[in-house]
Design a protein around this ligand. Sequence first.
Ligand code: GDP
Ligand code: IMO
Ligand code: MG
Length: 417
Amino acid sequence: MPNTVLIGAQWGDEGKGKVVDVLSRDADVVVRYQGGSNAGHTIEIGSERYVLHLIPSGVLYPDKLCIIGNGLVVDPLELVKEMQALETRGIRLAGRFFVSDRAHAVLPLHRRLDTAREDRAGAGSKIGTTQRGIGPTYADKAHRTGIRMGDFLGTQWEARVRARAAEMAEPGDLDSMLKELAAAAAVLKPYIADATTLLYDAWKAGKNILFEGAQGTMLDIDHGTYPFVTSSNSTAGGASTGTGLPPKALERVVGVIKAYTTRVGEGPFPTELLDAEGEGLRKRGREFGATTGRPRRCGWFDAVVGRYAAHVNGADFWAVTKLDVLDACEVIKVCVAYECRGRRYETIPADIGLLAECKPVYVEYPGWKCETGRLTRFEDLPAKARHYVSELCRLTGVPLGILSVGPGRENTFRIAL
Ligand code: GDP
Ligand code: IMO
Ligand code: MG
């Protein structure tokens, strides 16, 4: 398998966890490169369901090397919980799971800052974050006041946490926080490593590397719907800076894209459905956040977003997911352009106020009105369903690599990947 970057092409929750799990079979190494425990990646294997926030989704295969890259912000308390939950379910991590010593640590202080900012923000400026401390930790990284995971191997981190807390109005109970952090650091020590060198050596040895993106293109801090975004580069370019592997190590990009659209949190969403149709998608798609449990906003497929994601990421293939959720629709709409203030837009305007006013221009496709969710062969899909998928690919200019019609490994058609 060529080294593959897997990214979300919309606003996150496209089914990346499931697709990473499927592609991991052909990889030697699976590495996360940005984000933190704001991510919630779901994998269903038979009756078992796993939701991973920090640990790469390749971990369910016992022989894969799994790495948390330097580009992440890692909450040590959350990571220990996640590791223990996996170990309890019989998944061994020792010797094959490592956290970059260059990754920044999310401290309880950062979570408090995240929540306080959201509580303070008025309508229109609330982002609807996951309140996992992501923004404040990346801000400290950029301010050059952050604590890195490698710091937990030394003796200075406590003093630095105290110094950071002293700058805050309400740091919380510092002593109990330091105690919790010290306990987590003791568990994590054997896993903290120079991931940059580990990855370089794997690359040079010809190992196959799968880069697991979190969030999605429209949540990218540079390319998304700023300021209603996360604080990292979730697009394919982040895979290089977030791992230390050079751009030329990234050989292929696979975009995960839902057959409709969802968004959780605030911000513009041109194809959002605020009616029974949207409610139907939410119900059939079980669209409730894997991290926060919040109901996800639902709407029709937006080919303007898809085209933009194809360009920004250089997508070689789509993995189209959740086609089965559209099984009951009479008519399915796809947005092909926007109209706003008397103008037609074929790409995403940077002006967030303008984007919020954009009205979708739709084309309609007839629904197939039969169940696809249990199918295990691509040939058995109704012709109308196949036509719909081929239209999504045509309108966005990216060929189909994988099609998914259910949460399990067995409901996955590997067409070109
Ligand atoms: P991620 O953040 O991109 O990994 O996606 P999430 O795990 O947050 O959300 C995707 C949800 O859809 C999960 O509950 C998956 O189990 C589920 N899922 C993935 N692919 C399919 C599919 O093709 N059909 C259906 N019905 N569910 C799917
Ligand atoms: P996965 O990897 C969907 C959204 C939040 C909010 C914005 C900023 O599971 O696809 P943050 O906590 O990052 O500061 O929140 O980004 N968000 C996600 N939405 N899926 C995710 O991850 C998300 N991670 C963050 O809802 O709108
Ligand atoms: Mg998710």
